[in-house]
Design a protein around this ligand. Structure first.
Ligand SMILES: [Zn+2]
Length: 64
């Protein structure tokens, strides 16, 4: 009882993957995944010039 390995589905659109574009099915889905990375969905944004942004709240936010 040895089932042949099923082709994995593209994580972007769910279609069958193509070996050339693994783990995706096409160049388009590769770009979609890359855009997700670039838009910071996966990665933590690097803040170089935002040292003053570390304070969560300004101290002068008193009660209204
Ligand atoms: Zn796809």
């Amino acid at each position: 009882m040895a089932d042949p390995p099923k082709p994995k589905a593209c994580p972007i659109c769910g279609k069958e993957t193509v070996e050339r574009f693994r783990p995706f099915c096409s160049r388009r889905c590769t770009d979609v995944d890359l855009n997700r990375w670039l838009s910071g969905v996966y990665a933590v944004p690097v803040s170089a010039d935002e040292e003053e942004d570390e304070l969560p709240l300004a101290p002068d936010q008193g009660p209204h």
